[in-house]
Design a protein around this ligand. Sequence first.
Ligand code: ADP
Length: 671
Amino acid sequence: MIKRLLIANRGEIAVRVINTCKKMGITTIAVYSDADRNAKHTQLAHEAYSIGASEASASYLDNNKIINLAKKVSADAIHPGYGFLSENTDFVRQCEDNDIIFIGPRKDVVHQMGSKIESKHIALACDVPTVPGYFGEDQHPNTLKREAKKIGTPLLIKASAGGGGRGIRIVRDLSTFSEALELATKEALTAFGDASVLLERYIEEPRHLEVQVLGDLHGNIVHLFERECSIQRNHQKVIEEAPANFLDDGTRQQLFHYALRLANHIQYSSTGTVEFIVDNNTGDVFFLEMNTRLQVEHPVTENITGLDLVEWQIRIASGTTLPFSQKDITTSGWSIEARVAAENPAESYRPEIGHLTFYREPSGTGIRIDSGVQQHSEISPFYDSMIAKVIATGDNRAIATQRLICALDDFLLAGVSNNIQFLKDLLSLPAFSEAALTTSYLTQQFPQGWQAPNHSRIDMLALLTVAYLKQQLNNESIKHSTQPSPWHSLEAWRITGNTNIHSQSQLIFQDVTGEQITVSYQLRNNSYLISIVESTLRVTNVTHTDDTIRAEVDGKLLCFRTSFRQNKITIATNTTAHTYLHLSQREALASNSTTQLSGEGRVKAAMPGSIEGVKVAVGDKVKKGDIVVIMEAMKMVQSLASSVDGTISKVHYQPGDTVEAHAVLVEIEEI
Ligand code: ADP
């Protein structure tokens, strides 16, 4: 039996595995990168060991480091979680070579299913239909182009080693095929170390349905029913549920049949997921891929079957024979999971980083939270943006949905922009219950993109100003120091002749894009008159604690979270966080003069990341829309284009450089 288990992962899945191990009396050994020294999983495990720098390649993805550590601390087994090393054949082999149990299937199965190309050949060999396309070894661009013509448009280019929705490109017009192929192979090589791609017919508006399987080392394999994961953004799952709604029994049985046929064919032994897409128009079922690990969405299956999948993974790896057969497994109720991510759904789901200034998870009947963060966690740019999963279960779908919406409503999370409001909105639409879901759900329901509720920026700035002033006064009275409060330090800024502190003064804030906002304020009879641009607002009845400001703005009660770190001030609703810098007049003048240098002709990094390619050199002529830089940020490859016609005047970075959010990468002199 396994006594000491090392978890080669982080975040919610590491915490999830630790919880089951504790229940089973297994000693848990966490590993952590520099960025995760104070992370939740590091704190919860019995033992925790540093494995290096924050970049995943230097820590969580470093096979040798993890294997050496496992030997040093006498771990009998390694649980890889999902992502990172979970589908890395070399790692599974290294575990075997060192007599460490890998919690997952055999290495040959990991290898076969890790390649989308090879797995499709295996599926076809056992009569499981796949999406029509090209899965050949010949990867010459001319061959691929010829095959693309045969398949016709729309088609998909997919990285064979891809995962997590990355490395997928849709081609709707064959004239753009070569360019898309270049980007896809580049992305495949960077992200997965393997440039091979496959081509597939693009099915419009399919459903994503998948079957959980469980096999032991003695040839017994069962399925644990289906999950629906059709609500996706950027080919990545957002909402998952079990069972699937509006699924006829014939199709359901077909899915189980194909999943078991494939799992038996490869003698699968662990938890695994066979993914399918189902053409909503024809009802055709196609095998997509098999994931040889635990899935993010495994809790919904656990909730309807009552089985702990991590416990079964561990038991199977220890040699236990499945004590139940297919007919013993039943389901009850309905379970829906929502992925809470530090991202901005109003800005193409851009990942966000920051400090969780306030964090309180919901609870209640039927609510389960699997999370990897806690109050004051840092959301860094190094890993996936998912921070928690809210899973709601009830007797039926309507109850589960309502519980999920309520739980999201009670989830208090400030300091980092996140998708909680977006999740609530998409679950509350009639379309969520009226018909079968498809992968086009989000684009159909939010054709212009999802818009955040309109919290007036002016209101937020007014309260930010008041919070800042209160904080300064507070600091002064606590410290009794000589540090001047803004009431005094800003004397030079008074724009009335009056020298008492009720006169009008100004503060300058700079937002993350470099834009400066001048706010004038006056304190009169316990109320503040705040002027921003053209508006003047009266702020009254202010209560300001360390992390919250509550006040009436022109008679309307508003409440925001605030935090002060160095000279940065963050003001946040439950879903949106805005960070500003307070600038002195001198700083404001200095910063303004650099901003004006190049205006629109600057290509900036939208988020922290690394430069993958620079497509231009000084002196090159570019047109608006031309790609100038390719960067990788939050594990996504982004092509950054010029927004003007002009000549390249400066190139600030080279491939391999890491850049901060909003860094200017290339400057273009407009023609
Ligand atoms: P990954 O391993 O990155 O998750 P998948 O092959 O599983 O990649 O595909 C991810 C998602 O992309 C699917 O769930 C589906 O929404 C979409 N997709 C993949 N293949 C097709 C296809 N041939 N037609 C339409 N959509 C597809």
